[in-house]
Design a protein around this ligand. Structure first.
Ligand SMILES: C[S@@+](CC[C@H](N)C(=O)[O-])C[C@H]1O[C@@H](n2cnc3c(N)ncnc32)[C@H](O)[C@@H]1O
Length: 215
């Protein structure tokens, strides 16, 4: 693992370039052909017709999830602690802004902050928080997308993910969404979630706040 931009040639991580691209490719395809507010992430975040909340994406990464939420009308604050990932994301947002049109209007709803969400969340008084940490390596690692393996190469595994969840749960006012592998056990050390939205490979554990203690 290496987290200095100078340690990695951005154009070659695990033999493939890692770029943050909001204009072409998968992100653009999802923008044009995705399922709107019916998509799992949108439902997990509680997006409803006429309700455009402010969401904090506490684990920004390549900004894919944040862009999707912003494309559906939410205002999103993205927090990224890896200097390398932050630079990549900022460059991608700058390029998208320059293209103008609908992409730029979506980027205008996104604000990027550099830092650690564990220390920043309490000062932001969030309403809704999305947490998508780097998961521990799964057995069928070939199934993990190349991009995720590239990010893992840069940031490693987020060992403090349960600390982040605890801070998110203590500071958010309405809900916390944990993006997690579909078949993985619930994150240890947390109260049970309120409900789950389960997709083919990804699951959203949704914690509605305040959490109710189970008897
Ligand atoms: C799995 S990636 C997130 C991918 C992202 N959901 C997307 O759509 O591109 C996890 C990212 O969260 C960042 N991260 C993890 N814990 C963090 C924390 N406490 N504060 C800020 N960033 C964090 C990591 O550096 C990594 O870039």
């Amino acid at each position: 693992m290496c987290d200095k931009a100078s340690c990695h040639n951005k154009s070659d991580i695990l033999g493939k370039s890692l770029v943050c691209d909001f204009v072409g490719g998968a992100v653009n395809h999802r923008l044009r052909f995705g399922g709107g507010r019916g998509q799992d992430l949108a439902r997990a975040a509680g997006l409803k017709s006429g309700f455009n909340p402010h969401i904090i994406d506490a684990t920004a990464g390549l900004g894919r999830d944040a862009f999707l939420l912003a494309s559906l009308g939410a205002k999103v604050t993205l927090i990224e602690r890896s200097p390398f990932m932050y630079d990549l994301l900022q460059e991608g947002m700058d390029r998208a802004r320059e293209t103008g049109g609908i992409t730029a209007s979506i980027i205008a709803r996104m604000r990027l902050i550099k830092g650690d969400s564990i220390s920043l969340l309490p000062g932001l008084s969030p309403e809704i928080v999305l947490v998508d940490p780097m998961h521990p390596v799964r057995q069928k690692s070939a199934l993990v997308k190349v991009e995720m393996r590239q990010i893992r190469e840069i940031v490693g595994v987020d060992e403090d993910q349960s600390d982040l969840m605890k801070v998110a749960l203590a500071t958010a006012s309405t809900r916390v969404v944990l993006k997690w592998p579909a078949k993985a056990a619930p994150m240890a050390g947390l109260l049970p979630c309120s409900h789950q939205i389960i997709g083919k490979s990804t699951r959203y554990d949704v914690f509605m706040l305040p959490l109710k203690m189970t008897p």
